[in-house]
Design a protein around this ligand. Structure first.
Ligand code: FAD
Length: 450
């Protein structure tokens, strides 16, 4: 546990104040929430009540019903679970910094969870700066804490894999969150408590044009159901079928993992109850859930340009720019792309899967982003459009995985390949590959029509 704890400022705990403050953001759950676990233990140790604050702002990138509905569904269930623990759960209609700031005056110590993106890191640093007391950040949403794995940006999955696997065992231990000794649920603090998700949505000034997903309901209970289905019905074929967009052999857990509604440690532990760690399918799944996911966190933590074209490797930038003058057969506007109106029926189907469900299949995400390089005048434009569409429509968007995934399509974490038109030495994908590998017409039948 201690290895997950990082002290943001150099201030001390002040036991004369009223409570311990946990500012929840990235770990929106109780189970395997290491930040909450740390907060409860500390509350018991210094004999203070614990209050948890969750801020909901309508002023964040791509605030839209799709992801607010999903997030608030999870939060309302969490509010009930906190009641059972006897911990005051305060919902605040405010930004993270302003919302947390309101509670600093009476806090003996502040606990936060961890986020690897620039804006969210700045929020925490700001709280650390303006707080008069100690602020601790707990790495709650990874198997191995990012700073421990490596002190630099790792170039490839193969360089980070042995580092993570070498330390993993000691981070997949069980934790049990018990009710704190001092109850706080009746603490006299105003919370923005409304009855339903719709009530919240109606009071938020958010984009109502991106419709909620037809496929996903938010909350830890829903994540658990999907995990159970995955372990019982899909995992035994994962290695062979995870890449096939015409079947459903992925876990579909990414929206839940993104909002911290389920912990990767919990996923790993549940799988290891049923499967051996050396099973080929488990190895393949852990390679995605642990190695690629934590490589994405390493990338965002150490590369400040993670969400920009300029953040791709030098060799990739050079080769792409040597081919800028190559003739592009098709150039599409952002609205043609957004509506899935290109000449390519596979790409359109992928875009429509995204619009409708809020989650594009992994293999199609690679094809989808690669094609943008072909259909725009400059790879920077392609990169920006990929980020825009990914962040606006993917339920799991605005996540290190998204920026690392897009950047991978532009050469990050990859090697140079045989040189060709437009792409230079950056890996290329084409429709023939989809036709050769999968019964891709089935995918078009599912999502291809308007
Ligand atoms: C262009 C592009 C954009 C992407 N955008 C996102 C995004 O916005 N959010 C996001 O979570 N993932 C993104 N990915 C990675 C990957 O496509 C998704 O994580 C995966 O499809 C989610 O579905 P799942 O949970 O059913 O996956 P599963 O195959 O069941 O994998 C389980 C978990 O492992 C992790 N994982 C799987 N594949 C990857 C990967 N390639 N890189 C990092 N972690 C991975 C995810 O947390 C995922 O939930 C992107 C990939 C590409 C190529």
């Amino acid at each position: 546990m201690e290895e997950r704890v990082f002290k943001i400022n150099s201030k001390e705990i002040d036991t004369t104040k009223k409570y311990i403050l946990y500012c929840m953001e990235s770990s929106q759950r109780i189970d395997y929430n290491y930040a909450l676990y740390f907060a409860v233990k500390l509350a018991d140790k210094i004999k203070k009540p614990l209050i948890t604050v969750f801020n909901i702002t309508d002023n964040y990138k791509h605030s839209n019903i799709r992801y607010y509905k999903f997030m608030i569904e999870g939060i309302l269930k969490l509010r009930e679970d906190f009641k059972k623990l006897g911990i005051k759960f305060v919902i605040n209609k405010n930004s993270y910094t302003e919302g947390c700031k309101k509670f600093l005056k009476n806090a003996s110590v502040v606990i936060t969870d961890t986020n690897y993106l620039k804006t969210q890191r700045m929020w925490r640093e700001y709280i650390g700066k303006i707080s008069d007391v100690a602020v601790f950040e707990i790495e709650s949403d990874v198997i191995v804490p990012v700073r421990l794995v490596s002190n630099k940006q790792e170039p490839y999955a193969m360089t980070i894999r042995p580092k993570i696997y070498g330390m993993m065992d000691r981070f997949i231990t069980s934790i049990q969150i018990t009710p704190p000794k001092i109850k706080s649920e009746n603490f006299d603090i105003q919370s923005w408590d409304l009855d339903s998700v719709d009530d919240y949505i109606n009071q938020l000034n958010i984009d109502k044009s991106v419709k909620p997903s037809e496929n996903f309901i938010g909350g830890y209970d829903e994540a658990q159901k999907l995990l159970k289905i995955f372990i019982e019905e899909k995992l035994h074929r994962y290695k062979d079928l995870r890449s096939d967009p015409t079947v459903d052999y992925q876990s579909n857990l990414s929206p839940y993992i993104h909002f911290g509604q389920i912990s990767p440690v919990k996923i790993v532990k549940d799988i290891l109850k049923e499967y051996h760690i050396y099973d080929e399918n488990v190895k393949s799944f852990f390679n995605e859930l642990i190695v690629w996911r934590e490589l994405a966190r390493n990338f965002c933590f150490y590369n400040p340009l993670y969400n920009q074209y300029n953040g791709i490797p030098q060799w990739a930038k050079q080769t792409l720019e040597e081919h800028i003058k190559d003739k592009r057969e098709y150039i599409y506007s952002i609205s043609e792309l957004e509506e899935g109106k290109t000449h390519d029926q596979y790409w359109n189907a992928a875009q429509r899967e995204l619009l409708k469900t809020g989650k594009m299949h992994n293999y199609m995400r690679m094809y989808w982003a690669k094609k943008l390089i072909e259909w725009t005048k400059h790879p920077k434009e392609a990169f920006d459009i990929a980020c825009y569409l990914n962040d606006k429509y993917e339920l799991d968007g605005r996540d290190p995985n998204g920026y690392a995934g897009i950047s991978w399509c532009f050469g990050t974490h990859d090697r140079p390949w045989q040189e060709r038109k437009v792409f230079g030495k950056v890996r290329y994908m084409n429709d023939k590959g989809l036709e050769r590998k999968f019964d891709i017409k089935k995918y078009v039948e599912r999502f291809g029509r308007c």
